[in-house]
Design a protein around this ligand. Structure first.
Ligand code: F6P
Length: 526
């Protein structure tokens, strides 16, 4: 599959990326400008031949065919026999989308209307705080988007509880008024142990303050029956179908906390942004297609050049949870060891994705990115314009930092340059030794995504861009990006270990390490 791409990797050898800019048209040639965004991948080793080899993969893997199958409601999640239709949740025009011959759009739009009515009701009430209880896809999207869109936040305060560690709910509820707090239980299955444990503790908290839980809970779930059994009335249950994967779900009911925070109009702008990316993904030629080219850069670095990780480095502080969100989106989707037909993958699956907001990372882990022995492709992103008109100089500094990093990674600093830097301080062997510590190898690839400003529509575009990137990479790898069997084993073992931790069952039948750790807990849990 990747022979031609690997042959390109061998061809480029140790040439310098910066030398490629002798071609003055390079920056524009190896960028995609669309939808008010500029994706610049010219600071990589991709040239015309590499790009041709990568684009050939798009044809070979039949990406266009698979894409239309997804948008058309085919059951492309083959291991679970499900369609993959998060795109229907932002199809605000209501154009029919058929699953098993039935148009899903009337129900999608009806649910959206109900969400809008409830969010208006809450935004106009005396509710001061909304607590979303959920985990994974039922938490990361809403928490990421709510933070990202803080300037648009004019509804009740939104909080997020995800960890089953009692510290999370305790610290969140501290200082909240039980009379004026509403809980959202966000769980597609309504069985996730962390979420259900936290939801029950929220009920207990209300009871401990003598407050009835009537009208206090909203459920976002595909499992109306379980939500009803928990005591949430039907009119407060917002359902969605099995064709919405957890990590793709914030466009529908799981986005309720976002909608309450920023209001239904801004939420629609968020959906419309994603919708614009959907249309672009379907219509733009592969070489001018943002998700396709973002995916091909990923394939080039991971499968072509063998770089095992990629850093996602948003410069805006409000995107601080984007790396965590993308970790689930990308790693739960494309971290698979077998292809769709069950055969072992003959190449590496998706890379490790990690990151932090840019300038903070600069003072923490960028050292390794610049001078460590491994190459880590970096994906920078920043808005041209900030949201703080009185602090425009902050934003200019932010942009300057972002640009400086990609330049530094590419150019590096030679031994000669390093020597010159310290020649006035050291001589002889010491000068040599000191200079060597100041060398930057450079030639390290990065991409930069720029957009005008981080508004709801742009955030929708960015998230949909990454969703479709995952899709394209998954199709090229030949895997199912829409199941997550890899999370099951740990869940099963945790359930079985519960009684051993609590002491209800004797410690036996486990490996020596697990038994030793259990004994330590018993000795110290008091
Ligand atoms: O354990 C993984 C997972 O199934 C994710 O895919 C999902 O987003 C998360 O758990 C939460 O699941 P639920 O929404 O059903 O509580």
């Amino acid at each position: 599959m990747f022979e031609a791409v690997k042959a390109q990797a061998a061809r480029i050898g140790d040439r310098r990326i910066e030398d490629l800019f002798a071609d003055t048209g390079r920056a524009e040639r190896f960028s995609v400008a669309a939808l008010g965004m500029l994706f610049d991948y010219s600071k990589t080793q991709i040239d015309t031949e590499v790009e041709a080899a990568l684009l050939a993969l798009v044809n070979e893997a039949k990406v266009a065919e698979r894409r239309e199958a997804m948008f058309g409601g085919a059951k492309i999640n083959e291991t679970e026999g499900r369609a993959v239709l998060h795109t229907a949740l932002r199809n605000l025009d209501g154009d029919p989308v058929l699953v098993d011959g039935n148009d899903v759009m009337p129900e999608v739009l009806e649910t959206l209307g109900r969400m809008e009515a409830l969010s208006r009701e809450l935004r106009g009430s005396n509710v001061t705080d909304v607590v979303n209880i959920g985990i994974g896809g039922s938490d990361l999207g809403p928490v990421m988007a709510t933070l990202a869109l803080a300037p648009y936040h004019d509804g009740p305060r939104c909080h997020f509880v995800s960890n089953v560690d009692g510290a999370d709910i305790t610290d969140t509820l501290k200082g909240l008024d039980p009379e004026k707090t509403v809980f959202i239980v966000a769980s597609k299955t309504f069985t996730t142990i962390e979420t259900m444990t936290n939801a029950r503790s929220a009920k207990d908290w209300l009871a401990s303050h003598g407050v009835s839980d009537e009208g206090k809970f909203i459920a976002l779930s595909s499992n109306a029956e379980k939500a009803g059994a928990f005591g949430i009335p039907e009119e407060r249950v917002f359902g969605f179908e099995d064709w919405v994967g957890g990590r793709y779900s914030m466009w529908g009911p799981i986005g309720m906390s976002v909608m309450i925070a920023i209001g239904p109009e801004n939420f629609r702008a968020f959906l419309n942004g994603a919708r614009a990316m959907d249309v672009h993904f379907r219509e733009a030629h592969p070489s001018a297609n943002l998700p396709v080219m973002l995916a091909l850069v990923g394939i080039w670095h991971n499968q072509g050049l063998g770089y095992a990780t990629r850093a996602v480095l948003p410069y805006e502080n409000r995107l601080m949870r984007l790396p965590a969100y993308l970790q689930q989106l990308e790693m739960e989707s494309n971290g698979k060891g077998v292809s769709m037909d069950g055969a072992d993958l003959p190449f590496d699956s998706g890379p490790v994705v990690w990151g932090e907001p840019g300038t903070n990372g600069q003072h923490a882990f960028y050292q390794l990115i610049h001078q460590g022995t491994r190459v880590i492709p970096c994906e920078f992103m920043v808005a041209a314009k900030g949201h703080e008109p009185g602090l425009a100089h902050h934003h200019q500094l932010l942009v300057a930092n972002c640009l400086a990093q990609s330049e530094a990674l590419m150019r590096g600093r030679s031994l000669d340059e390093a020597r010159n830097k310290v020649a006035d301080k050291f001589v002889g062997n010491e000068l040599e030794r000191q200079a060597r510590h100041r060398v930057f190898p450079g030639n390290r690839p990065s991409t930069t995504l720029m957009y005008e400003t981080l508004d709801p529509e742009t955030l929708g575009k960015i998230v949909a861009l990454y969703e479709h990137r995952v899709f394209v990479e998954g199709v090229i790898l030949g895997i199912n990006s829409y199941d997550q069997w890899g999370v099951e084993l740990g869940k099963e073992l945790a359930t079985a270990l519960g009684p051993l931790v609590s002491g209800e069952a004797p410690i036996s039948g486990k490996d020596g390490s697990t038994e030793q750790l259990l004994h330590f807990v018993h000795t110290n849990q008091g």
